[in-house]
Design a protein around this ligand. Structure first.
Ligand code: RUB
Length: 322
């Protein structure tokens, strides 16, 4: 038995290359954006479990826990991915499958969660696009697939509006948004991050839409660094500020007082050859207090920030599992 367990651990570590590669791609931002990260992580779990082909539930659980550890270490502020892994573990342990089907059952649970995310995204696009009317100027920050989806839906519905987006230093994810929207034909203007307040005033912005990486039990939103500055500018000029996100970004750890971690990234992303003795801080995300948020556009509807916890507690119990 000891030998069997030792071999199991050895082979699990050796043959985790698919998940290891995906975790490295997430860490290096080759895969970015909360929803995309969750989808790619669960796809990696599906492919990995098929290649490992566990023969018992214990074996599958031990492999899943190893994958969970690797993926969770890639980026700390990613509850959508964490919730996806929990979805698999929660359902697997409640409906123990016949051992011959274990990898199929795990793959199908991963696809179910990806489908939940896709359905949520489609619903949010409809709700968010309803909020957009002709003649508006909409502003966004960073790259959120959910926000881009809303804007493209409104555009395809025939609405006429302008969009302003930021570069989003240090890694310019705003370029992804700018390219995505302008290639679809949406009238888009790119600004440097420090022109945020200027743009809210000078471009007469009517609506701000940002994505989210995490939402706490108190309705505080975490999103790309710079989001709070945009919220402050919105407050100064009375511009409605909305967060568009599937409710799966809720962070259950915050219910019991734990703080959602803010990832500090490599200073080399900011300056690759800085002078000696210079300290560079490179936070990836920041919090937006609920008092700045007019509403969170979710698949459950547009909710005031503090209502999200109550809305999901009954609908998605797996979010609160260990
Ligand atoms: C991306 C970011 C996005 C959210 C939402 O940061 O802050 O706004 O992840 O994305 P990074 P989505 O580029 O560092 O991952 O709406 O696609 O889930």
């Amino acid at each position: 038995m000891f030998l069997y367990n030792a071999c199991l651990i050895f082979f699990t570590v050796i043959f985790m290359e698919i998940v290891e590669k995906t975790a490295a791609d997430i860490k290096n931002l080759r895969i970015q954006g909360a929803t995309n990260i969750a989808v790619k992580a669960l796809t990696a779990i599906t492919d990995q479990i098929k290649s490992l082909n566990p023969k018992t539930i214990q074996e599958a659980l031990s492999q899943l826990h190893k994958m969970k550890e690797t993926l969770f270490q890639s980026r700390p502020t990613e509850p959508t991915m964490r919730t996806g892994v929990k979805y698999i573990l929660y359902n697997l342990q409640r409906n123990l499958p016949d051992p011959v089907n274990i990898s199929d059952v795990i793959s199908s649970l991963a696809s179910q969660y990806i489908t939940l995310l896709k359905e949520a995204k489609a619903r949010i696009q409809v709700i968010g696009a309803n909020r957009i009317v002709d003649g508006m100027t909409i502003m966004t920050h960073c790259h959120s697939s959910i926000v881009s989806g809303i804007i493209i839906k409104a555009f395809q519905d025939g609405k006429k509006f302008d969009v302003v987006c930021t570069e989003t230093r240090p890694l310019y994810q705003g370029h992804i948004t700018a390219r995505e929207l302008s290639e679809k034909g949406v009238k888009t203007t790119l600004i440097v991050d420090s022109a945020m307040r200027w743009a809210v005033q000078q471009k007469e912005v009517d609506l701000i839409l940002v994505g989210a990486d995490a939402i706490t039990s108190e309705g505080v939103v975490l999103n790309k660094i710079g989001t709070r500055l945009l919220a402050l500018a919105a407050e100064e000029y009375n511009v409605p500020f909305y967060v568009a996100t599937p409710s799966f970004k809720f962070s259950p750890e915050t219910v019991i007082g734990n703080l959602e971690k803010i990832e500090l990234r490599d200073p080399g992303e900011v300056w690759d050859s800085p002078p000696e003795n210079l300290r560079i801080d490179n936070p990836a995300f920041e919090t937006v207090a609920r008092k700045y948020i007019h509403g969170i556009i979710t698949e459950l509807g547009i909710l005031p920030p503090g209502y999200l916890y109550g809305a999901i507690v009954e609908k998605y119990p797996f979010i609160f599992s260990d």
